[in-house]
Design a protein around this ligand. Sequence first.
Ligand code: NAD
Length: 353
Amino acid sequence: MLIFNHETLGQRVLFGSGKAAENLAAEVARLGAKRVMVIASEFEAPIARKVAAGIDVALDYDDVAPHVPIEKAEKARAAAQEHGIDLLVCVGGGSTTGLAKAIAMTTGLPIVAVPTTYAGSEATNVWGLTEAARKTTGTDNKVLPATVVYDAELTLSLPAELSVASGLNALAHCVDSMWGPRADPINQALAAEGIRALNAGLPAVKLDPQGLPGREQALYGAYLAAVSFASAGSGMHHKICHVLGGSWNMPHAQTHATVLPYVLAFNAPEAPDAAARIATAFGSDDAVQGLNNLRTVLDAPRALKDYGFTEDNIPEAVELILPVIPDSNPRKPTAENLADLLRAATAGATPGL
Ligand code: NAD
């Protein structure tokens, strides 16, 4: 029997290399905006200047910081109010999109997002704020950008190593969408196409970071990854990475890249349909082998011990992770099998063996 409840988030997506400035100007006119605030960090500002060349900008704003500290959010909200802003345009990675979302959350202002990484925040209704070193997240349709303008040319300056890490993070969104708490056939179909696109795009980006075809596939895959993940919700992989990141201050992208194949190897035998779809998306006979092949080509991070996590941390990690793994997980996690998974990921043993 096929029974599911699915919500599709309403958003315009304008995709085209070299078209960001033209698409943004058309969107600003369509929305009838008169007072635009352009948000971009100091490093992203040169990209933002090119993208916003065809519009009148009422306020350029660059006070962006990772994980949206609440003081920065309040300062940006006050600036938007003071300048009578009627449209937010964010040009940058997830941190910059996050600040625009924080403003939209309290003001209801619409956002046009122009992403320059593969984080995917632009396609979700999830916000995040950090107060006293604690990050809080939630969902609110007010923070979903009205329009996303994708232009792969804007990602050419993203260094190859950061591109690979960001792309593997997107791949983790796809894989976890196969068994997240609200996984359904629609988000699984989007996730499978996301895996196919990222598997095609990321090796091309690694080989030729200045080539557009690989960048386009990676950006398209990253969008599908975010849409499927926003719909399916956090699965086992994201729960593990959240605990490791929060409790041991592990680097975000590297932790995702290292843990993913172990979670896939853990769940695949109990989720044959998802495993078969993932394998097909990788163009491989086997899901874990397909992911291992991609990680070899990308020279992806391999062991948690390389990022400061040790075997001694495993009992505490198991205690924190076990209660938060969703019931939807295909294989029942236990203290023993979770410890085995973490031991293999800490050492960097070949996933699936
Ligand atoms: P980021 O936005 O912090 O950017 C990383 C670095 O890359 C920054 O120094 C930035 O200036 C630089 N950069 C961005 N684009 C560049 C480009 N094209 N060329 C050169 N440098 C560039 O990192 P991120 O990985 O994009 O986003 C991570 C943040 O987004 C985290 O806070 C994460 O929690 C959040 N996030 C939120 C959601 C959501 O749905 N709310 C989804 C994914 C990520």
